[in-house]
Every structure is written in structure tokens, then in C-alpha cells.
Design a protein around this ligand. Structure first.
Ligand code: ATP
Length: 378
């Protein structure tokens, strides 16, 4: 069985997955389809809540369906708990129903003419493998217990709230005791308030059950708040892999910085590198930044700083990375002021506490705190 770097067991390994769909009839004649996945590799640990994040069309669903066995990569290998379930080189394809997976999709497909119990029992009664009748009740009630719906077993499924229906879908995917759960945008059909509540509930539930979970979303808030680790995809390739903190606070590329959270990205050139610090010439002056990746003198880079990281009128205006600016625009958002501040020829977006009073046209000192500046690699 494969091991993660820190010695934890790898429950799922994707090795160099490539997928190109056959040309569709609607395409211009002779046009070669873009690959949906290119050399995509990942190792997911046992018990991990792992999210595939990225914009529409980046390959999240293709990855999930390849894991599920509902699509087959053009090339590559997929291993689950040490067992190869797909390998293009050896022509190995383990069918979907033999992969020990639980799945919850966007339209969580609860049968409206069945009770909660019947819905959850469905994969046991109608699935392959034939579960003895005597075990069905015990397994269904066990799954309902885990999602907190054991008192609702006899209720017709339509007489449930959206969140409860979501939990029925989860119980149904758990009833076969899967090794891996696949969740494809399971919250996207819920209204905004319920989605907020279910984020926490779903994560706590899945973590308490301890099943390795692969979650697909294009919603950065879901990804950041629920995941142990995130794989950010861009055009079928792995853009960045890391914890929510790493993805948000130290994005490696302009794509990552722009996709997750609000950001200011300032173009510049590295003028000096000294130990773990470097200086970058921007349009309006020189900034000092920490070095996180490989940075060379003369390199063209982007420097990212989050709008809420920028300080206005800091206590020490002579400290590093301080510049004179003028407030051009203020939007009152409630929890904060969203300001546009002109510094040299650039406009910086700055969020400040809304209890502070500022006015358009005000001259201010702007500080880009050294530790909050991130040099982007491309
Ligand atoms: P979304 O968030 O919109 O669901 P996604 O990140 O899940 O997007 P995929 O559905 O994996 O992306 O699609 C990746 C690429 O493969 C896209 O360019 C898409 O158009 C293409 N694609 C997906 N399914 C098929 C198919 N069955 N036939 C042809 N092309 C497909």
C-alpha cells in the first residue's frame, strides 16, 4: 500500500491521469478536443476530507467520475487502498460497483414515492451483492443513526427539509460501508442559508464517520471551510495542492491568487534576493517580500497582497513597504469598508474595519506588511 510523505496510509492514488473525450458532433470538423485532464496525480490519505476545487470545466467531475469508474481515463492508474482499480497499461478496469464507494451527487436523487427507510435500503435491496433481508434493517438503521435521522425512518421522503433530504442521500451512500465517499457539489441545490449551516454539519458528520471523502466544488468558501487539503485544478492540471491555509495565504500562481479570495496582484521585477527575503521593484516603489519558492534576481514576478492585509495609516509610517496614497472610492459593505486607494499609478483594493472613518480624496499612508506579501511564480 502506498504511503503519504508523513507515513500515513494513502487510501487513494491517482497517477498521471490523462483524459481526452472523443470529439463531439457539435465541434468544428477536424478540431482536436482539449484534454480534460493532463498528467494529474494525487495521493489522498485515509480519513482525509479532500476537495477538488476549480472553475467550471477544469476537470473536477472527470476526476471524480474516473475514481467512481463511471468514466475511464485515456491513460494513467488509480489505486484504492493498495488495489489497482484502473490501469491503462495493463487494461485493468474494476467495475464501479466493486470499488466500495459511496456517492452523493448534486441532484441527490431521493425517490419521492419512498420512505426514508426505503430510500436508504435501496442500494442494499437492489444493488449487486444481495444483502440478506435480516441485515437490511440493521444496516439502514445504523446509517440513519449516523446522520441523526433514525426517528424519521418511516416518513415519506418529500416530507423532509432540504437539509434532511441531503442527510438521507448521505445515509444511502454510507449504507454499504464505503471506503471512500465521493461528494459532487452536494450543497449546490440548497438555499444560501441552509448551505452555510450544512457546510459545518456535513463536514462534522463525515469527519465523525471517518470515511475518506473526496469533495468536488467550485465554491471557495466550501473548500476552505470544509477541507483538510485542497487540490486546485486549472484546465485539467493540478495548479496547487495544500491545506486551506496554504492555498489562501501562500498561493503559488496568479491563477491561484485570483481564484481563491480577493487579491491585489502587482507586477514587478526582483532586484535583490537575500536569505529568506527579496526586494521587488513595483511601479510605485520597492517592496520587501518573504521568499517562498525559487526567486531569482531579474525575474519578472507578481506580488500578491490581500485587501484586508493592507494597513492604512500604520503606527510606524517609516516602516518597510509604506507608500503615500489617496482614497479614490469607498463602498460600505457593513462588516468592512471596501476602498480603492491610488498609489503611484496603481489602484489597490483595501478592506478596513467599517468602524473607521475615511473619506474619498483623503491622503493616507498605505502599508503592505512584509509577511503578508506573496511572490507569485507565474
Ligand atoms: P463543472 O464545474 O462545470 O461541472 P468540471 O470542473 O467538473 O466542470 P468536467 O465536467 O470534468 O469539468 O469537464 C472537463 C472538460 O471536459 C470540459 O472542457 C468539458 O467540456 C469536457 N467534457 C466533460 N464531459 C465530457 C463529455 N462527456 N464529452 C466531451 N467533453 C466532455
Amino acid at each position: 500500500m502506498g504511503c503519504g510523505k508523513d507515513g500515513e496510509r494513502a487510501m487513494l492514488e491517482l497517477e498521471n491521469l490523462n483524459k481526452t473525450y472523443p470529439p463531439t458532433s457539435g465541434r468544428a470538423q477536424g478540431a482536436v478536443p482539449e484534454p480534460a485532464l493532463t498528467d494529474f496525480s494525487l495521493s489522498i490519505k485515509e480519513g482525509e476530507f479532500f476537495t477538488l476545487l476549480g472553475p467550471s470545466g477544469c476537470g473536477k467531475t472527470t476526476t471524480l467520475q474516473s475514481i467512481a469508474g463511471l468514466e475511464h481515463p485515456t491513460r494513467g492508474r488509480i489505486t484504492m487502498a493498495g488495489r489497482t482499480v484502473f490501469c491503462s497499461a495493463t487494461n485493468t478496469i474494476v467495475p464501479s460497483n466493486k470499488r466500495k464507494l459511496g456517492m452523493v451527487f448534486q441532484s441527490y436523487a431521493i425517490w419521492p414515492h419512498m420512505t426514508v427507510f426505503e430510500n436508504v435500503a435501496f442500494p442494499l435491496v437492489h444493488g449487486h451483492g444481495g444483502c440478506p433481508r435480516s441485515e437490511v434493517r440493521q444496516k439502514v438503521m445504523g446509517a440513519l443513526e449516523r446522520v441523526g435521522l433514525h426517528d424519521f425512518a418511516d416518513r415519506p421522503a418529500p416530507y423532509l427539509s432540504g437539509g434532511q433530504q441531503q442527510r438521507v442521500a448521505l445515509a444511502r451512500s454510507l449504507v454499504n460501508e464505503p471506503s471512500i465517499m465521493l461528494l459532487d457539489e452536494p450543497l449546490s441545490n440548497l438555499d444560501a442559508k441552509l448551505r452555510d449551516a450544512m457546510r459545518v454539519e456535513l463536514r462534522d458528520l463525515v469527519k465523525s464517520i471517518g470515511t475518506t471523502t473526496i469533495y468536488v466544488t467550485h465554491d471557495q468558501t466550501e473548500a476552505l471551510s470544509m477541507s483538510d487539503r485542497i487540490a486546485l485544478l486549472n484546465k485539467g492540471r493540478l495548479e496547487q495542492l495544500g491545506t486551506p491555509d496554504q492555498i489562501y495565504n501562500t498561493p503559488r500562481t496568479t491563477f491561484a491568487a485570483e481564484f481563491v479570495g480577493s487579491s491585489n496582484i502587482l507586477k514587478g521585477q526582483v532586484v535583490d534576493v537575500s536569505g529568506r527575503r527579496c526586494t521587488v521593484q513595483l511601479a510605485f516603489g520597492v517592496v520587501t517580500c518573504p521568499v517562498t519558492g525559487s526567486v531569482e534576481k531579474g525575474q519578472s514576478v507578481g506580488v500578491m497582497v490581500r485587501p484586508h492585509g493592507i494597513a492604512i495609516n500604520p503606527a510606524e509610517p517609516d516602516a518597510a513597504n509604506c507608500f503615500a496614497g489617496t482614497i479614490r472610492q469607498i463602498s460600505f459593505i457593513g462588516e468592512f469598508l471596501d476602498m480603492q486607494v491610488a498609489v503611484g499609478g496603481e489602484i489597490l483594493r483595501v478592506f478596513v474595519n467599517s468602524y473607521k472613518t475615511h473619506r474619498t480624496g483623503e491622503d493616507v499612508t498605505v502599508q503592505l506588511p512584509v509577511d503578508l506579501c506573496v511572490v507569485l511564480q507565474g
